[in-house]
Write a protein that binds this ligand. Structure first.
Ligand code: GTR
Length: 422
């Protein structure tokens, strides 16, 4: 695909504003490659090497998990499974003309106040529990829907500017990324959390958020993405431990961009997530790192040194040394349904590499008895393909749109229909 240079400048610039000042000079020197012809020769490790049958997969999967955990995301602490404490300090209320009920329990997770926004279909009989989509939001729960009853919490700047109180003016500012009405009308609950409640997103040496409760991570121990993924598992514990009208066996984990990397790692590290959705997750998510096109391992580790474990730095400008790649991350989710989505103008995230990772994960899905990914050729824009792996590339930029949600809900409804959860 030929990309106009004006677009490239804009695409790179769009990512620069998240950069923390100290590393910006270094990062600005980075010139991304967008030319497929300049991709280095690479061979993807075969996730099925040494695997003769589906019975061999559990052992191989454990090896791949440990490898990616040690070299990329870092090991999270074992969780002892104790009860998640919570307060119901805000009364619930109805929205959408009574079609949905909103509650906002305040969880305590590793000493942190984590406010959960739950929006679920109302008028569901007391005995039936609904499936849910769980995912972090970037800006605070008050940005997801515009309603004065949504709690205003503390939000953190991403350049280390510190914390501040969320503002009324920001209410609903990310509403276009959350198809709340569509989700509820499809019979799903939405469970969302501000990711900064779990760990503020800047490189502070792991002194705040849930990390404050644990010793500083060693080179093979968790970075922020593993921390956020761990937080999602604790919210799932809460859903399991309490009758909130949600079927904890039918919870799909969703995330966009860095939070799409997070949803993939959450799905890989916690098999209780019944379905996984990665929206424009790119480098360190669904995109194959060995292609080194758009954002690269070196670039991401320079600008966001806190996202992955320190061992991942070994692969800066050295992707050839990786004995794993994104297709193996995706394969860890098998045979659970997985949806990967890209956007045409999001070349920074390498849509083609995201698709190729799905292609390379497909043999694992098929070995485990599913229909995997329906085709090996990259589909045209706005023509989703949906097997047990779903994929689409849509027109437009790095974002979450209503089109994306239409596909996710269709996919989730098919796979998480009553009784379909495993
Ligand atoms: C960019 C980063 C991407 C992606 C994105 C986001 O700056 O380079 O990997 O995660 O941020 O999360 O919005």
């Amino acid at each position: 695909m030929k990309i106009p240079s004006s677009f490239l400048v804009a695409a790179v610039a769009a990512n620069i504003h998240f950069v923390i000042p100290e590393v910006s000079a270094q990062a600005e020197k980075f010139v991304p490659n967008y030319d497929e012809a300049k991709i280095p020769d690479y061979v993807l490790p075969d996730p099925l090497e040494g695997v003769g049958s589906a019975d061999d997969w559990a052992k191989k999967r454990a090896e791949i998990f440990r490898l990616i955990e040690r070299e990329m995301f870092g090991k999270a602490p074992r969780y002892s499974g104790e009860k998640i404490a919570f307060a119901e300090d805000i009364p619930s209320f109805e929205i959408l003309d009574g079609r949905a009920r909103v509650s906002q329990p305040l969880l305590t997770i590793a000493g942190q106040d984590v406010r959960v926004l739950m929006i679920q279909p109302a008028n569901v009989s007391a005995i039936s529990a609904v499936p849910a989509i769980i995912g972090y939001n970037f800006g605070g729960n008050h940005t997801v829907i515009s309603d004065p009853r949504i709690a205003l919490g503390t939000v953190w700047g991403r350049g280390g500017e510190g914390e501040r109180k969320a503002e009324d003016a920001e209410r609903g500012k990310s509403a276009s990324r959350w198809a709340v009405e569509r989700i509820v009308d499809a019979g799903f609950a939405l469970v969302t959390i501000y990711y900064g409640d779990v760990d503020p997103d800047f490189d502070d040496g792991f002194k705040n958020g849930i990390f404050a409760q644990f010793p500083a991570p060693k080179p093979d121990e968790w970075g922020s993405i593993a921390g956020w993924a761990w937080g999602l598992s604790r919210v799932l514990d809460f859903l399991e431990q309490n009758d909130r009208g949600i079927d904890a066996k039918r919870v799909a984990v969703f995330g966009h961009s860095r939070l799409g990397k997070t949803s993939l790692w959450a799905g890989a590290s916690d098999p209780r997530f019944a379905l996984v959705i990665s929206n424009d997750s790119g480098c360190g998510g669904a995109a194959l790192s060995k292609r080194a096109i758009g954002e690269t391992v070196g670039r991401i580790n320079t600008v966001f040194p806190h996202w992955f474990c320190d061992n991942f730095q070994r692969y800066n400008d050295n992707e050839a040394a990786m004995t794993f790649d994104a297709h193996m991350l995706l394969a860890l989710i098998a045979p659970r349904p997985l949806y990967v989505a890209s956007a045409e103008e999001d070349q920074w995230a390498d849509p083609h590499g995201e698709f190729l990772a799905c292609v390379a994960a497909d043999p694992v899905y098929r070995l485990l008895g599913t229909d995997g990914l329906p085709q090996k050729e990259m589909p045209k824009v706005n023509e989703p393909i949906q097997g047990t792996i779903g994929y689409h590339i849509r027109t437009g930029k790095h974002d979450v749109t209503d089109f994306d949600w239409q596909q996710y809900l269709q996919f989730a409804a098919k796979h998480l229909a009553s009784g379909a959860g495993k």
